[in-house]
Design a protein around this ligand. Structure first.
Ligand SMILES: [Zn+2]
Length: 240
């Protein structure tokens, strides 16, 4: 990207249940709101990939993109009220063929609690507010394990499904499990994606637009306040 815009990534905005084994994907509403207030106090503007593409942001100021993977309905019930309260935009990556699915566990995600995925109605309401939706493929799969044709259909079909549902262009893709290779990057470009986000952390100023870095965020216990401070210290050091 031409500017170093840090990207944060979340999964679920709710508390993990006692049986959840991958607790790092959960952020409580309390932590989430505190993190938003922290970012605002540091002068960050919350933008989306559409803003980046259109140059619709102040390059000399601090900008951040909040992203959420998997499209779990806790984003509607718990994150969306906070986003509305502070008037901020974000990007949600939804699995195109799981929209509206109830109580599902994706293959290779058996350590997670079953998920309810955002419904079409919830997605429309959030879109009208200014939330941007990106592709998390048609199925929650490891792209490098697929044939070239399958990679192509995961990338192109999910983009088409979301675009026809939303009536807007889909600019970005989040590779499930942060899993991609050179074939994936080539096909993502050919399919018309302008941005792709990974699960590696770093400075986006010189990153390939289809391999953007993201900082993971979690938070449901006291030590996670410190974890967030540490992430922010790293991020602010990169910006200055
Ligand atoms: Zn995912």
């Amino acid at each position: 990207m031409e500017a170093d815009i840090p990207i944060l990534y979340y999964h679920f905005i709710k508390l993990p249940s006692a049986n959840t084994r991958i607790k790092g994907l959960y952020t409580s509403v309390k932590h989430f709101e505190w993190q938003i207030k922290f970012l605002k106090s540091k002068g960050f503007a919350f933008i989306t990939f559409e803003d980046v593409r259109n140059g619709n942001y102040e390059k000399k100021k601090r900008n951040v993109i909040l992203t959420f993977d998997d499209g779990c309905d806790s984003l509607y019930y718990n994150a969306f009220p906070v986003l509305k309260k502070y008037g901020i935009k974000a990007v949600i990556y939804v699995v195109a063929k799981s929209i509206g699915a109830r109580n599902i566990v994706w293959p290779l995600n058996e350590n997670l609690d079953p998920l309810n995925i955002l419904t079409k109605e919830q997605i429309h309401e959030m879109t009208n507010f200014g939330i941007e939706f990106g592709s998390h493929l048609c199925h929650h799969v490891h792209l490098p394990q697929l044939s070239l044709n399958e990679i192509k259909s995961e990338l192109s079909e999910s983009k088409l499904i979301l675009e026809s549902e939303l009536g807007r262009e889909v600019y970005s893709v989040a590779y499930p499990f942060g899993s991609y290779n050179n074939d994936v990057l080539k096909i993502a470009l050919e399919t018309g994606y302008q941005f792709g986000v990974t699960t590696k952390s770093g400075n986006n100023a010189y990153a390939n637009d289809l391999e953007l870095f993201r900082y993971p965020v979690k938070g449901y216990s006291l030590r996670h306040y410190w974890y967030f401070y540490r992430t922010m210290r790293k991020l602010l050091k990169n910006l200055n």
